[in-house]
Structures are given as C-alpha cells and as structure tokens.
Design a protein around this ligand. Structure first.
Ligand code: ADP
Ligand code: GLC
Length: 489
C-alpha cells in the first residue's frame, strides 16, 4: 500500500514526546511489511542539514495570501524515506511547538499549514498517488481537510485519510481570523467543522474530515467519548464512534532490550535477573543516593505537566510526594522537564528530602538507567492515551504503579495479593491519597512478599506489545478509509 505520513515529530529526528516514537515505529514496521511509506515533516533547525540530502528545486506552497517557497531535504530512518520541508522564517528556530518564552509559537497556524499543504504539493511533484494519507495530531489535522476541499479532485481523488489522536488535550486552538493562513474560505470555517465556540480548532476540523479516526489504546478510545475525557469533543467522537478505532501502540524492543542495552551497565533477562543489581547500584551512584541495596527505588521519567498527575503528586500543599518520601523506607528518582511550577516544587522538595533525587533535564541515557535500575515506576497520569514508559518498565522488570486510565489500563495487570498474579499496582481514582496508598502497598509487598515481586518481575518482562499486530490493525483502518473515500462504506 502507498502510505503518506504527515507528522510534526519523528524519532530520532525531532521528538517532544511519545508521538515521535509512535509515528517512527509504525512507519518502520509498515515498510518492513513491504508497504511504500513516505513521511513528510518540517525541518526544524536542530536537525543538522549536513546529515540530510538536498532535493533540487524549490517547492511553492500556497500559504495565506501568497506562496511560501520551501527547500526540501531528504533522509532515511531505518530505510523509511523522510522528506523535510525547510523554511527559514517558519522553522528556522529551535523548538517544535514553542520555546520557554513562547510555549505556543504565535505563528503555529502558518507553520503547520505549511506542513500540511506542503506535504500535498510535494507529493504532486513526485507524481506518486498515495492510497492513504495518515495524519497525526493537531499539527497535521489540516491535511485531511485539504483532501476534501482544495485537493478533492486530481491526484488525491481516491486517497483515503486517517487522523490519529495521540493526545486529545492538545487541539491547536486559535483565533478564528487565523484561518486566512490556511486558504480555506470563511464558509469553510463552519462547513469543515473547524469552528469551535467561535474559535479555530484544527484538531476538530481534522476529526470531522478524516475518513477514519484512530487513537492509541482501546480504553482511551472509549474514554474520549465521555465528557470527562473528551475536552469538548466527546459529542463529535460519539457521533463518529463507528469510525474511531483504539489501536494500542507497540514499543521498540530493539532500542529497549535489557539483554543488550548499550546505555546500561548491567544486562539481564527473565532467566537471570542478577544484572539488575548492577543497574540499581549505578543509578544510586548517578543520582547521589547512598548504597543501600535493601531499599526499593521508585523511578519516574516524564513531562512535568498536570496530565501526568504531578498536581496530585507534588502540587504545593496538596500532593503526597513529601509524605511518601518522609514516611516510607524507599528512594525516589525523577527525571523530567516541564511546567515551571512543577520544576520549582520538585527542586524544593528534593532539598528537604534526602531520599528524593530530581534531575530536571531531557536525558535519554539516564532514562534507560532509571528504567533498568528502579524497582517500581510511578505513572499517576490523570489521563494517558497510551504511554510508553510503563511498557519499557515492564520489559525491564520494573513494576509499574499506575492510574487505571487509557493505555495504562490496557497494559498493566493489577497485583493479586492472594495468588501473586499481576504485573504492577493499579489504582482507580486519581488523588494524592490513592497515590500514597498504592505506593505504600507496593512498598509493603516489596518488604513482605519478595517472592511475589520476583515472579511479577519475570512475568512483566515476558509481556510483549509489538508493532506487528498494531500495524495490521492500521492496515485494516486504511482499507476502510479508502472505501469511505470511494463512497463504498
Ligand atoms: P508523552 O508523549 O505524553 O510525553 P509517552 O509515555 O508516550 O508520553 O512518551 C514519552 C517519551 O518521552 C518516552 O519515550 C520517555 O522516555 C521520553 N521522555 C520524557 N521525558 C523525558 C526526559 N526528561 N528525558 C528522557 N526521555 C524522556
Ligand atoms: C501522546 C500521549 C501518550 C502516547 C503518545 C504516543 O504523547 O500523551 O500517551 O503514548 O502520544 O502515541
């Protein structure tokens, strides 16, 4: 199948979160299965142009009242061809969506219009007719709209479109007048569904227009159809529920393999866990914790934002982290970057608690060491479309402690105290108290049921969430999208 991916992130070229990993892994998997996958994304200025090939000629892309002229670079990631649109004014800065000073760039409508329209212009230059256009999240959401408007006829006449929701909490919401940049007419503001309470909502427009919709876990697909998780779009999603599919992300078992991971000092497997001890020691050393092998370590690697449960964990005079570290015999390590209130709070807590170590950085090597060297991994996310870190944790025998939501509910099996079944510790309602109680339960089990911890670890390590099965499910959705485009579904 000829598949065009339109995306704002692609690992390892540009990554703000799990979106980059998911799009990259899916593309590679589809290519390995013999499909013709091509990816179009922006060339942000931290992507070194010396490692890219220049494609001759400039590409004119309709934008606002005129044309933008882009350069095009080419590269490959594990065999998948990637085209990167280059534009000094719009992409010539660091930051994918924003910067510290400007968290959401003022010209993001122009930036991502250029991506969506540019991808289609580029494809026309190739004379390559994609059977499916697969767009990811709000930055790519205009692409399915163009297939139904400017590009309804011609090369894309039979191209089906799929829009994947990786996180409904980010919708690309702007002043309605910004629509001028998209070259969609005023009547399209209502007609395409871009209008949301008199504002421009890019994701909503995409969700109305794409022939099929997906999200990244079955539970999240159900949750977003409820007011609690729907961010104002639950009605739309309920209306389109026949076309909305929850397909669990896989994880990359080559990159995250405790048996030969080059980023950790001790290698280990389900049969022989002894290497884990080396990683625990190395993690303690790295984070400045005393060498006390008898104490369990709880790890976290996360964006420090409300979505991830940091309000309940460490919100000022509200969260339970202080009490957890103060009262329980454990060590706690956190790696992350994010909202300044949260960074400040964590810094202050760490200065008062000798068993809490915080690293405010984005550091891939350290994230591997935390996965490998911790005993438990905490993810109290308020909502979690899929989540990757709990899957990494399972693979590294680090038992996840999670809120039963989204992909966390679909991947972690709760501990049964009677039988020792399960792969982690799960709580139902997010609150400071439930985090405290569930961490307490895990720590109690560590000290009092070491055999159960050991068998759970091995069981967790044997679980597999592979991309092969998920890619098959996407192919099914692609076929439905094509049938819908042709009017036979
Ligand atoms: P989200 O995309 O919502 O942030 P995911 O769990 O899907 O959540 O993916 C997050 C990805 O980003 C994981 O691969 C995780 O290891 C990585 N990550 C997040 N913060 C950091 C950090 N500070 N350092 C290294 N990796 C990080
Ligand atoms: C989003 C979600 C995360 C998911 C990722 C990849 O960033 O927050 O849960 O794993 O996308 O699909």
């Amino acid at each position: 199948m000829r598949i065009l991916m339109v995306t704002s992130e692609f690992a390892p070229l540009a990554k703000a979160g799990g979106l980059a990993d998911a799009v990259s892994a899916l593309s590679i998997q589809l290519q390995r299965m013999g499909h013709d996958v091509r990816v179009v994304m922006p060339r942000y200025y931290n992507i070194d142009r010396n490692r890219l090939e220049v494609s001759p000629g400039e590409l004119g892309v309709p934008l606002g009242f005129s044309q933008a002229w882009c350069g095009v670079f080419e590269t490959r990631v594990k065999g998948v061809p990637i085209s990167l649109l280059d534009h000094e004014e719009l992409y010539g800065r660091s930051g994918i969506y924003g910067s510290r000073e400007e968290p959401d760039f003022h010209d993001n409508v122009r930036r991502f219009t250029l991506l969506c329209r540019g991808a289609l212009q580029l494809v026309k230059r190739w004379h390559w007719e994609p059977e499916v256009l697969h767009a990811h999240d709000w930055p790519a959401a205009l692409a399915p709209i163009y297939l139904n408007t400017w590009e309804r006829h011609g090369l894309f006449e039979e191209t089906g479109s799929v829009l994947s929701i990786h996180n409904l909490g980010y919708q690309g919401l702007y002043d309605k007048h910004e629509i001028v940049h998209t070259q969609l007419a005023w009547e399209d503001f209502h007609g395409t569904g871009l209008e949301h309470y008199d504002r421009l909502n890019l994701l909503k427009g995409g969700l109305e227009n794409a022939h099929q919709l997906t999200t990244v876990s079955p539970t999240y697909a159900r949750e977003i159809q409820t007011p609690e998780f729907g961010w104002g779009l639950d009605g739309l999603l309920r209306r389109r529920s026949e076309d909305l599919h929850g397909i669990l992300n896989g994880m990359d078992y080559e990159e995250w393999n405790p048996e030969d991971d080059p980023l950790i000092p001790g290698h280990f497997s389900e049969e022989d866990l002894s290497g884990k001890e080396i990683n625990r020691k190395a993690l303690r050393r790295e984070m400045g914790l005393p060498d006390d092998p008898g104490r369990p370590i709880i790890g976290m690697v996360s964006r420090l934002v409300d979505q991830k449960g940091f309000g309940e964990l460490c919100g000022p005079s509200y969260g339970s982290l202080y009490q957890i570290c103060d009262e329980m015999e454990l060590d706690f390590v956190i790696l992350g970057t994010g909202d300044s209130w949260c960074e400040k709070e964590l810094r202050s807590l760490a200065s008062r608690l000798p068993n809490l170590k915080v690293r405010l950085a984005f550091n891939n090597a350290l994230s591997h060491l935390i996965e490998a060297g911790s005993d438990f991994f905490l993810m109290p996310s308020r909502y979690e479309p899929c989540g990757l870190n709990q899957m990494y944790s399972l693979r590294y025998g680090t038992l996840p402690i999670v809120h039963r939501t989204g992909g966390l509910a679909d991947t972690v099996e709760n501990y049964e105290q009677e039988t020792g079944e399960g792969t982690g510790f799960v709580f139902d309602r997010l609150s400071p108290r439930s985090i405290y109680d569930t961490v307490g339960w895990a720590i109690w089990t560590w000290y009092n049921r070491p055999k159960h911890i050991d068998t759970m670890r091995r069981r967790a390590m044997s679980r597999r969430f592979s991309w092969e099965g998920s890619a098959q499910s996407y192919l099914e959705v692609y076929r439905r999208a094509i049938r819908r485009r042709k009017g036979v579904l």
